[in-house]
Design a protein around this ligand. Structure first.
Ligand code: PEP
Ligand code: MG
Length: 888
């Protein structure tokens, strides 16, 4: 048995405060805090979240000890109010509401007006002199209680309500008189009896008991479980239950109810904002039967209440030092606050509020920086759907949110088609089973990319994030038939053809079957201000993964301090280059290979010049060719025939070559530095291109004429053994030193390695002793090889792994700190033993993920590197990590 003797399970509002969220839930803790501020909160008590846990642990039972604590608090409450629960002359009515430590709005259950029965309703009518009000409250209780506690279908109540309204000619609920409401109550009760073979419970204590259990049960209803899943709410033990004396906004024209925010939640404007209705209960405001009025109108209608409300808002906001969302009720001219919590807001409002509050000296810069969830910045950096239009749209399928943003366009099924249509000025969505490097031009031209296979580090996801293009990957519900140019969403049974319009939300992974309007991002002054504060606190550098001058420029705009990863293979696909690459691959001897590589050199050099120019002195890390060569050759018969013609070889020769290059496990095959061990001339060409480019821009940049200071950082991929590194390094050094000597200049350069093969982490010290001047952790491959999960096939099963909490997060998205993180720590320790000031970076996709950035900060990394659009996220996350570690 979990329950302990004398343990406290029930707290009056006077016994709590805001620090007790874990025990009292957010709502309970805030009600207690407001009480302590002297704000007029209707009295009540909170049954703790621990009680919810014991309820489940004891097989859904409330233990006698807890019952007796509830009984005591109920008596205290009755004494305070001077009324008894369910009294036949002057009844105390209570609300029973859920409230967990994390806010889960509307996901769990609530019961209002509890304590009414056939006798107390008469007492309430007499006492208030308002028979209609009493019977309306009773009608609402039976309906809510019947639905939530007795689990009678909600529609059955609505049906009775509607039929009575029709029979008496009432248009709105408010047109029903007391007699009509009595009829409804009678019919409700008969219907309940028929449905559950039991009477609606008249005993108020029984009502209370059942309502408390219903709230506990709602902790695990489908809605609540899904909400926690979607919002990554973990580690909570249950919901608290708040029992509070009812106050009524529907007691006549001097009563009312409303909701207000201390600042505008959409824009962040520092102006009191909200809505209310007179002579109404909370649900009327939500139901939209009558149009609520702006709170500003209270100023003339009821200046006393308005002043009080503004005063409470100011006090509560100053106290919590954050924008508050409050519910209030006016009962016969007396203002009550029913709830105050940190208000939900749009990201741009959040940024403005944080910046304004620093100006107002309400919070510090550190607090402002800590207040914004880094991933939310996505919403400010990419195109988004118009929220109103999005609300009305229904998704037809769900994939992985691989690259944020919103995209609308015509479906195309090939990269070629994407390019052609985009050239004609059309917006297209490229739909593929998966993408390959050959698709790069089409991907560039598309507004969005949708794939049916692949995970968060699949080719489509990585490339799209790099380009800042919206991408939904691994949409397993989608079947593509490229021949007939159709796609089917299986669950919905919907078929689309080329040219049909769809919309993608890369931030949620949702696919829509219609056009949804989009909005441009706005990088306002407040955003810039907040980022500049973040940079003041940040201790580690933030670089970018960029392969083109265009991406490099974008990244600089977002504040990147260098390039941490330039994947040179991405430079091989453009226009004429692919031809030279293929020529190189098809060459049968060294001479012809060198000839083909010589054609590539000027292109590579030009790209490096572009990158050095954009980075204007910031470091540029160039990663040498990594993918297996077969990725550069076509796979489809039609393309093979075409290429054979172009290359002037027979189809047979080409097919033989393709067969030759075929690998059973290409990710573990002939790729990375293994390519250069067998074909060293490939890396030779890359070394020549980098150094020639560096010398050129160091003397006079062909783009701007300036002298850029360049320190090239050459990075060798997929190193597993010391020997691989030393052999390749020696060859690179010879070429570089020769070039520098010939140019008669001085230039620093560095040669380092990616650490992405688990073996390398174990021999990291020896790799440094062999001359590695820096490490950059390639956590995509390190995760793939360390956890033994294929990057490209993970989409099929990883979702389930995360759902079952086998992995807390997708390990390709957020670093698996427990496993892969340990390998990294070992490598750092060994590497730093060999060279104390070894420079350490990360360039896997994790480099822009906030939890991983915090890990990198804590482990003493020099920098993180991520795709351009994630640079601000990494900057903010790095600042937050620094502030948090200072606090410890
Ligand atoms: C990695 O493996 O983490 C990495 C950055 O390299 P790539 O994704 O190109 O394999
Ligand atoms: Mg890699």
């Amino acid at each position: 048995m979990v329950q302990k003797k004398n343990k406290k399970y029930v707290y009056s509002f006077e016994e709590g405060d805001k620090s007790m969220k874990e025990i009292l839930g957010g709502k309970g803790a805030n009600l207690a805090e407001m009480k302590s501020l002297g704000i007029n909160v209707p009295p009540g008590f909170t049954i703790s979240t621990e009680t919810c846990k014991t309820y489940y642990d004891s097989g859904k039972k409330i233990l006698p000890e807890i019952y007796s604590q509830i009984e005591t608090k109920l008596k205290d409450l009755e004494k305070k109010i001077g009324k008894k629960l369910g009294d036949s002359e002057d009844p105390l009515l209570v609300s029973v509401r859920s409230g967990a430590a994390a806010s889960m709005p509307g996901m769990m259950d609530t019961i209002l007006n509890l304590g009414l029965n056939d006798k107390s309703v008469v007492g309430l009518a007499n006492k208030t002199g308002n028979e209609r009000f009493a019977w309306d409250s009773y009608r609402r209780l039976i309906q809510m209680f019947g639905d939530v506690v007795l689990e009678v279908d909600h529609d059955k109540f609505e049906h009775i309500l509607e039929s009575v309204k029709e029979s008496v000619g009432a248009k709105f609920d408010t047109d029903l008189n007391a007699e009509d409401l009595k009829t409804i109550v009678k019919k409700y009760k008969e219907m309940i009896k028929k449905e559950i073979k039991k009477d609606f419970p008249e005993d108020p204590k029984e009502q209370l008991d059942l309502a408390i259990k219903a709230v506990f049960n709602s902790w695990n209803n489908y809605r609540a479980v899904r909400y926690r899943e979607i919002n990554n709410i973990k580690g909570l033990i249950g919901t608290a239950v708040n029992i509070q004396a009812m106050v009524f906004g529907n007691l006549g024209e001097s009563s009312g109810t409303g909701v207000c925010f201390t600042r505008n939640p959409s824009t962040g404007e520092a102006k009191f904002y909200g809505e209310y209705l007179m002579n109404a209960q909370g649900e009327d405001v939500v139901a939209g039967i009558r149009t609520p009025l702006a709170v500003s109108t209270l100023k003339t209608k009821n200046p006393k209440i308005y002043k009080e409300l503004v005063d409470v808002c100011n006090r509560v906001e100053k106290h919590y030092k954050d924008m508050q969302d409050m519910e209030f009720t006016i009962q016969e001219g007396v203002l009550y606050i029913l709830q105050a919590r940190n208000g939900k807001r749009t990201v741009s409002a959040g940024v403005k509020i944080a910046v304004d509050m620093v100006k107002e000296k309400l919070i510090t810069k550190e607090q402002a920086v800590l207040r914004i969830e880094p991933n939310q910045l996505n919403q400010l950096l990419h195109k988004q759907f118009d929220p109103i239009a999005l609300n009305k749209a229904e998704a037809v399928a769900q994939g992985l949110p691989a690259s944020p943003g919103a995209a609308v366009g015509e479906i195309v099924f090939s990269a070629q088609e994407a390019l052609e249509k985009a050239n004609k000025g059309l917006d297209v969505i490229l739909v593929r089973t998966e993408t390959s490097p050959e698709d790069i031009d089409g991907m560039h031209s598309a507004k969005g990319i949708l794939t049916s296979r692949g995970g968060m580090t699949s080719h489509a996801a990585v490339v799209a994030r790099g380009m800042g293009t919206c991408c939904v990957a691994g949409c397993g519900d989608m079947v593509i038939d490229e021949k007939s140019k159709t796609l089917i969403f299986k669950s919905k049974g919907l078929k689309f053809k080329a040219g049909d319009i769809i919309s993608l939300d890369g931030s949620t992974g949702k696919v829509y079957s219609q056009k949804i309007n989009t909005q441009e991002p706005e990088l306002s002054g407040n955003f810039g201000k907040l980022m500049s504060w973040a940079d003041e606190f940040r201790k580690i550098g933030v670089r970018t993964n960029a392969d083109t001058p265009k991406d490099a420029k974008t990244a600089r705009k977002f504040g990147a301090e260098g390039i941490g990863l330039c994947r040179t293979e991405h430079m091989f696909f453009d226009g004429n280059r692919i031809k030279a690459v293929r020529e190189m691959i098809l060459s049968n001897d060294l001479e012809s290979r060198k000839k083909a590589l010589a054609k590539l050199l000027p292109f590579q050099k030009e790209d490096f010049v572009g990158l050095f120019h954009e980075m204007d002195g910031f470091p540029v890390t160039v990663r040498y060719l990594d993918p297996p060569l077969h990725e550069f050759l076509p796979t489809k018969e039609k393309d093979i025939v075409e290429l054979a013609k172009e290359m002037k070889v027979s189809v047979e020769v080409l097919k033989n070559k393709i067969d030759d290059l075929h690998e059973f496990n290409p990710m573990l095959g002939h790729r990375g530095c293994r390519l250069a061990i067998t074909f060293p001339e490939i890396y030779d060409m890359q070394t020549n291109a980098i150094i020639e480019a560096a010398i050129l821009v160091g003397q006079k940049c062909p783009i701007c004429g300036k002298k850029h200071k360049v320190t090239p950082e050459i990075m060798i991929p997929l190193v597993a053994t010391t020997k691989e590194f030393s052999i390749l390094k020696q060859r690179i050094v010879e070429i570089v030193d020769q070039k520098i000597k010939e140019a008669k200049i001085k230039m620093d350069y560095k040669i380092g390695t990616m650490i992405e093969v688990p073996r390398a982490t174990m021999v990291a010290d020896k790799i440094v002793e062999a001359g590695a001047q820096f490490f950059s952790f390639g956590t995509n491959d390190l995760t793939q090889m360390g956890a033994g999960i294929s990057r490209d096939d993970a989409g099929k099963f990883l979702k389930e792994y995360v759902a079952q909490e086998i992995y807390e997060y997708d390990p390709f998205e957020s670093l698996d700190q427990e496993g892969i993180g340990e390998l990294i720590k070992i490598a750092i320790k060994k590497g730093k033993t060999a060279k104390k000031d070894l420079k350490i970076g990360i360039c896997g996709e994790h480099g822009g993920e906030p939890k991983t950035v915090e890990f990198c900060h804590n482990e003493g990394f020099s920098y993180v590197s991520c795709s351009p659009f994630r640079v601000p996220i990494a900057r903010l996350a790095a600042a937050q990590a620094a502030i948090k570690s200072k606090k410890k």
